[in-house]
Design a protein around this ligand. Sequence first.
Ligand SMILES: C[S@@+](CC[C@H](N)C(=O)[O-])C[C@H]1O[C@@H](n2cnc3c(N)ncnc32)[C@H](O)[C@@H]1O
Length: 278
Amino acid sequence: MSDTPARNWVPDEVDTSVPSMARAYDFLLGGAHNFDVDRIVAEQAEKLMPGAAKIARLNRAFLGRAVRFLLDQGVRQFLDIGSGIPTVGNVHDVAHQIAPEARVLYVDKDPIAVAHSELMLTAIDNAEVLRADMRDPDSILGSSQARRLLNFDEPIALLMVMMLHWLPDSDDPWALIAHYRDALPDGSYLALSHVTADQRQDQIADATDMIRESRSTDQLTPRTHDQIVRLFDGFTIVDPGVVGCGLWHPQGPGDISDNPEINAHVYAGVAEKKPASA
Ligand SMILES: C[S@@+](CC[C@H](N)C(=O)[O-])C[C@H]1O[C@@H](n2cnc3c(N)ncnc32)[C@H](O)[C@@H]1O
């Protein structure tokens, strides 16, 4: 499919000659909200790192399982930062099947992700989207959307799925998460997934270089297991710990690959903020 001049779903500010990692991920998941530049990056990623599309699907399946797990823990509020372009299994879709009263605030910095989320949510109660940058926590926590949808006296699930590797170390994702953690009441949860280079190091390095050479404003920072575990500081990680996303409570064939390397490209974990004395 090539790009056509008439794309009424594209906000004016979007430069369609520059790849977006939100749109490349959409392409890997089989979505249609992407352009030639995004597809080129996604296809190169698949070539350099065979299984990239499968990894994206396993990550998406982890997101669904994490949301169901959190609902089972009684959580009814979700703050999904880096929510991406809507696709199958959006957080409110999963949550509302079990708890129609669950509230979801989606946050993304990508204008297309936000424009499509707005369209998707027009007729949906209890869910909104905010365009903001994760690196500015106060603009999210203090937003009118957060104040309207989220009750900071009740547990909230903070989701940062497949997004923190877009922050370089110089942005200090550890300190940023601590800022969010401090705003959450006890009984809240953090669920995240994150690309690693612990396996297939050369392939990940090639993919990282390819993204660097594209004109994308998002650059990949894969992290080690230890660095990713430290993102959960101040939370208590639930079983089975921080593991390849395919290994986090798989429930069916779509959740896990029979190739152990594919399961382990993205680490995933869920953790609870317990009271200090617990
Ligand atoms: C790979 S997508 C993940 C979508 C969804 N969370 C999932 O796992 O299926 C990553 C998303 O993070 C967003 N993102 C990256 N850096 C961000 C930041 N600093 N603030 C907010 N969103 C960000 C991108 O725009 C993109 O939509």
